[in-house]
Design a protein around this ligand. Structure first.
Ligand code: ADP
Ligand code: GLC
Length: 468
């Protein structure tokens, strides 16, 4: 069975968030299953990876986007070093950029990506068994292969759409229709949702099955899905919640080259302590105090708007009996507020930016990881921190409620219900009291490290779905 994963991100080639981690790992684990051949198709980016690796040009052609003729090249990484065949679609001007997102003309960018892929597959007569589309950026593919005469060759290929983040739907004005490949115009309604072309809605309507990255998140979409609630209810018959795994080869505290002090469950307590000492020294924090960390995008989805108040109130209310370290970037108001507090409070450290190495060190060295997410389709941070023996303190939502159970119910983490400052601080107080009970704390470290979030189980679930 050949499966092509279509995605704008893939670790380590280009990563903005968890989508990259999933697409960089799932195909690798699928390829370990007999009879499955999983590949990844992504845009070409001007990133270090392309300079460090060699590519073959496997296709060179042209597509029309409205009045514009665009060159399309497909480059294959020569050695399959990532554990799967990696294809990168290069379209000068649109798909040869520094970053996946953030451009004014992203509708043109993603339309060209999807059309480029399908043009290549059609021209080279490559007919996979499954096209697995990730998020709205590739959400029009199931429609295009059914209703664009140009891609007739691919008609009937099975399509799966995975929703990693339903907050982003890629809505476009209808005038963008002129830039799409020709399609059976009777089918326009499949593209439409409330007067816009909505690629995510179209993916839900046209794919043979769609998935969300946790079962908990799927349930929540029925009541809160940025206007698509009724659609997901109508299409429920083909909806599946499959929780993400983590790449336990990349995220292995015993071998992780990004850590200063590697550890296994046998020496976790001592080694984590050394890591914490070093981190605290670098950031001027007191290593005796409990260390809370937040890593992620400064977006309301992640509850990052709560962080400034959480920082000052938790420090004040505990009379400085805790440390907080925050790594991330995003909303400038939040960034500025946090910068101000970093200046005022010596118990608070801030590192603005995207730093893969530092994130690994923090997962390994902090005592607690804070995730006050309002929306969390799956969340990978909590799983990384648990594998590295750091206790997750999470809001009870989406994938977080599927992966982190509270200690009061036999779990090894802490849950809170509302995305509000009071609830976060209450949970932090509970965490501090655990920190002060040495034995309880150690047992929780071990319990977290023992959780099995390996991809194998979920890779099998996807395979069952493909077979279906
Ligand atoms: P999302 O994809 O919604 O941002 P996830 O929890 O699925 O959330 O994945 C986030 C991924 O991005 C994790 O691998 C996390 O470690 C990483 N990450 C987020 N922010 C940063 C940052 N500032 N520096 C390094 N890694 C980060
Ligand atoms: C999205 C979600 C996150 C999820 C990730 C990978 O970015 O916000 O919760 O873990 O995709 O599926």
């Amino acid at each position: 069975m050949t499966v092509f994963h279509l995605s704008t991100e893939c670790y380590p080639v280009a990563k903005v968030g968890g989508l990259a981690d999933v697409v960089g790992a799932l195909p690798k684990y699928q390829n370990k299953i007999k009879g499955v051949e999983a590949k990844v198709v992504m845009p070409w980016y001007n990133k270090a990876f392309i300079y460090d690796h060699e590519f073959d040009v496997v296709f060179d052609g042209f597509i029309h986007q409205g009045p514009n003729m665009l060159q399309v090249q497909v480059m294959k990484e020569k050695t399959d070093v990532l554990g799967f065949e990696l294809y990168m679609v290069k379209i000068p001007g649109l798909l040869d950029r520094e970053n996946p997102y953030g451009y004014q003309d992203e509708s043109f960018q993603f339309l060209a990506f999807q059309q480029g892929i399908l043009h290549w597959l059609t021209a080279m007569q490559i007919r996979p068994d499954v096209l697995h589309c990730h998020d709205y950026h590739t959400g029009l593919v199931p429609f295009m292969i059914e209703y664009c005469p140009e891609f007739e060759f691919l008609k009937g290929v099975k399509t799966i759409g995975t929703i990693h983040n339903g907050e982003y739907q890629g809505m476009m004005n209808w005038n963008m229709v002129d830039y799409m490949p020709d399609f059976d115009s009777w089918k326009w309604g499949l593209l439409d949702w409330k007067g816009y072309i909505n690629p995510l809605a179209c993916m839900i309507k046209c794919s043979h099955a769609f998935t969300t990255v946790s079962a908990g998140y799927l349930e929540e979409l029925f009541i809160s899905f940025k206007g698509l609630e009724s659609l997901v209810r109508q299409e429920f018959g083909k909806a599946y919640g499959i929780i993400n795994g983590i790449d336990t080869e990349v995220w292995d505290p015993e071998t992780d080259p990004m850590l200063d002090y590697n550890f296994s469950i046998k020496n976790a307590v001592e080694q984590k302590k050394k890591g914490k000492l070093k981190l605290c020294k670098e950031y001027g924090l007191n290593p005796e105090l409990p260390l809370f960390a937040f890593i992620g995008r400064f977006a309301t989805e992640k509850g990052a708007d709560l962080l400034p108040d959480v920082v000052w109130r938790s420090i004040k209310q505990s009379y400085g009996a805790l440390n907080i370290i925050i790594l991330g970037s995003g909303n400038t108001y939040i960034e500025n507020k946090l910068k101000e507090y970093e200046y005022i409070y010596s118990n608070f450290a801030l590192d603005l930016g995207y730093k893969e190495h530092l994130s690994h060190k923090i997962y390994a060295s902090a005592d607690f990881l804070l995730m006050p997410s309002r929306v969390e389709p799956c969340g990978l941070n909590q799983m990384y921190s648990m594998r590295y023996g750091t206790i997750p303190v999470v809001r009870y939502t989406g994938g977080l409620r599927d992966t982190v159970a509270d200690i009061s119910t036999g779990g090894a983490g802490l849950n809170f219900t509302y995305a509000g400052v009071d609830d976060v601080i209450h949970a932090m107080n509970r965490a501090i009291s655990i920190y002060n009970q040495k034995e309880v704390m150690q047992n929780l470290i071990y319990a977290n490290m023992k959780f099995d979030f390996a991809w194998e189980k979920s890779a099998e679930k996807y395979l069952d779905l493909y077979r279906k």
